[in-house]
Write a protein that binds this ligand. Structure first.
Ligand code: HEC
Length: 110
C-alpha cells in the first residue's frame, strides 16, 4: 500500500511538471534510461530536431507501428528523411527496442 501511495505521489508530481512545461514531452524515466544507454539521445529529442528528427515529428509524418520502428533502428532508411544525415544501424536488444518503439508510437497519439 505504501508503494502505491508513493506511485500516486510520483504520478501527481509528473503531471504537475508536464503541465508546467506546457506541451513539452517529458520522457518517462525508464524510457529515458533506455534512450541514454542506446545513445539515441545524442541525436534525438522527443519534440525537437537535433541531429535526427524529433520523435513527435517522426510520428506526425509517419504512422509507424512499434514493429516498424524496431526494424528501422536496426536498418534505418535515410531516404525517409531528406535533409538529414543518415542514421547508422544500431544493435539494440529487441526488448529494449520494443519498449522504445512503443513509447515513440505513443507520441503520435497526443
Ligand atoms: C548518430 C545519430 C543518431 C543516433 C545515435 C540515433 N539516431 Fe535515429 N536518426 C538519426 C537521423 C539523422 C535520422 C534521419 C535520417 C535517417 O533516418 O537515416 C534518424 C531517424 C530515426 C527514426 C525515423 C526512421 C524513419 O525512417 O522514419 C527513428 C524512429 C529513430 N531515428 C530512432 C532512433 C532510436 C530509437 C535510436 C536509439 C536506439 C536512434 N534513433 C539513434 C540519427 C541518429
Amino acid at each position: 500500500m505504501k508503494r502505491f501511495t508513493k506511485m500516486l505521489v510520483a504520478a501527481g508530481a509528473f503531471l504537475a511538471v508536464s503541465t508546467a512545461a506546457n506541451a513539452q514531452v517529458k520522457i518517462p524515466a525508464d524510457i529515458e534510461a533506455l534512450l541514454t544507454k542506446n545513445t539515441c539521445l545524442a541525436c534525438h529529442k522527443a519534440d525537437q530536431r537535433l541531429v535526427g528528427p524529433g520523435y513527435k515529428e517522426v510520428m506526425a509524418k509517419k504512422k509507424y507501428k512499434p514493429e516498424q520502428i524496431v526494424e528501422l533502428i536496426a536498418n534505418p532508411k535515410p531516404a525517409n528523411w531528406p535533409g538529414y544525415p543518415p542514421m547508422a544501424p544500431l544493435n539494440v536488444p529487441k526488448d529494449e527496442a520494443m519498449k522504445i518503439a512503443k513509447w515513440i508510437v505513443s507520441l503520435g497519439k497526443k
